[in-house]
Design a protein around this ligand. Structure first.
Ligand SMILES: NC(=O)c1ccc[n+]([C@@H]2O[C@H](COP(=O)([O-])OP(=O)(O)OC[C@H]3O[C@@H](n4cnc5c(N)ncnc54)[C@H](O)[C@@H]3O)[C@@H](O)[C@H]2O)c1
Length: 442
């Protein structure tokens, strides 16, 4: 039975501006993909907001609407795009350069549209992404001044494009590894540090700060610290803005968060898990720098620890050896190959092995996630849900969670949580999968 506590959700009327930080492989594949779908030239495969359904009520009720019929979501026709990038290429040049989409089929037919999306000058410092150089960069007297320039870009974009609402998604490079320090502990300390050009304030933090100050929800698709510290969490709460991250969960980690719950469900042990990747896109080149790789490595390593819970199951997972490697290998471009060798053990300790070879396409897997995050973060904002959106952990390798909680990594628990949150927003009953009523008579 439907519950009465339906959440107030402002209607998704007017245009939704989607601002991507970075106009590289992921962002350009996302934007070109949406335009192809809008023109009827392709299907939005991989996107839960466009293709997913949601079961409501009992199995016998036969109610499974599309998610976008069940909740009021921004429609693809209402999306407009903007971006920042230190590389001055417009979206057409970015698509051609990255070579993800078939040029003849999905790029040339929408050339005029793509040419119109030119990146705004970025807040960029090479010290934070060593393998990158850019000419389309802002200058300012200090980091606060740069962040204020971003705020102005946001306001100007909204006005120029007649947007009703905006959302920002970080699709830019992985920055060097930064841990929380004094500058991140309070808003006052953070603002002072921006003015003092403190090196612990990375460009990504300035984008997040600018977005929140302008009331724009912010999703972080890379593993950078960005908005995962007390000052930013306080600001998001104070301004009533939805935020979340980190790092799109697309290839190898997605597989990991599906396979490892299976081992745990069956009480099978894991002796070792060796993961290696080759990829040849710009992301691969950036991650070839040890300092950027360290940020990624932390994000990729965490998942097994949380899912397998070695402290609860020391005999099964206490000795597990886990290694992750990423190797830059130019001939493959965006077509990543991820290998996993998993040494497991079963009944009486007998060893077995599983080998996974995932020949994937990085940006083809990531693009629908950018779309869903933009659309769901806009929903959260319209529903008055501020701060960390843990229900969107489904999309992230290293999901942000409240300080007292451990993050949930299991892909199917994440999906259940996402759908139950949608049910909760609309006052529909939660689905517990108990189903005992079908077997017990009064
Ligand atoms: N499957 C995936 O593709 C996947 C999965 C998880 C995370 N990611 C992350 O998503 C991000 C984007 O990946 P990509 O393949 O598009 O990389 P990319 O190198 O093609 O694009 C990143 C873009 O960001 C720009 N950039 C760097 N610093 C910037 C700044 N300060 N401001 C604005 N722009 C900036 C770069 O110039 C570049 O054009 C990376 O951090 C990557 O690690 C990708």
């Amino acid at each position: 039975m439907a519950d009465k506590s339906v959440r107030q959700i402002a209607p998704a009327k007017g245009k939704l501006g989607v601002l991507t930080v970075g106009l590289g492989a992921v962002a350009s594949t996302f934007i070109a993909g949406v335009e192809n779908v809008r023109r009827g030239a392709a299907r939005p495969i991989g996107s839960l907001t466009q293709m997913g359904t949601i079961r409501l009520g009992k199995r016998t009720d036969n109610r499974t609407p599309l998610i976008n019929e069940f909740v009021d979501l921004a429609s693809l026709d209402d999306l407009v795009f903007g971006a920042w990038d230190p590389v001055p290429d417009d979206c057409y040049d970015a698509c051609v350069h990255c070579g993800v989409l078939d040029r003849h089929e999905h790029v040339e037919p929408i050339k005029d549209f793509l040419k119109g999306i030119k990146p705004m000058p970025a807040v960029f410092e090479q010290a934070y992404v060593k393998r990158l150089q850019g000419s389309n960069v802002k200058s300012g007297k200090n980091k606060r001044d740069l962040a204020e320039q971003l705020r102005k870009d946001i306001r100007d974009f909204k006005q120029q494009h007649g947007c009703d609402r905006l959302v920002m998604v970080w699709c830019a490079s992985t920055e060097i590894f930064i841990t929380q320090g004094p500058a991140h502990q309070s808003l006052a300390a953070f603002e002072k540090a921006m003015e003092a050009n403190d090196p612990s304030i990375a460009p990504s933090m300035l984008y997040a700060w600018a977005a929140i100050m302008e009331g724009v929800p912010f999703a972080n698709g890379a593993p950078n610290l960005t908005c995962d510290f007390p000052a930013m969490l306080d600001l998001a709460k104070e301004k009533g803005v939805a935020i979340g991250g980190k790092d799109f969960k697309t290839g190898q980690t997605m597989l990991k968060t599906v396979l490892s719950p299976m081992f745990k469900a069956r009480m099978l042990g894991v002796a070792g898990w060796y993961s290696t990747n080759i990829l040849g896109n710009r992301d691969g080149e950036v991650l070839d720098d040890p300092e950027s790789f360290k940020t990624k490595e932390e994000s990729k390593l965490g998942v097994l620890e949380y899912i397998l819970q070695p402290k609860l199951y020391p005999e099964l997972y206490g000795q597990m050896y886990h290694k992750v490697r990423i190797n830059y290998y130019p001939p493959r471009g965006d077509n990543k190959e991820g290998w996993d060798n998993i040494d497991i053990f079963g009944w009486l300790g007998y060893p077995m092995q599983i080998k996974v070879d995932f020949l994937c396409r990085d940006s083809i897997l990531a693009a629908p996630l950018v779309l869903d995050l933009a659309i769901f973060f806009d929903l959260a904002q319209r529903a008055g849900m501020s701060g960390i959106q843990e229900w969107l952990s489904f999309y992230f390798k290293s999901p942000q969670a409240a300080a007292e909680l451990y993050p949930e990594h299991d892909l199917f628990i994440q999906l259940t949580k996402l759908k139950n949150t949608l049910r909760w927003m609309k006052g529909e009953a939660q689905i517990t999968h108990l189903g005992i009523e079908y077997y017990e008579s009064e």
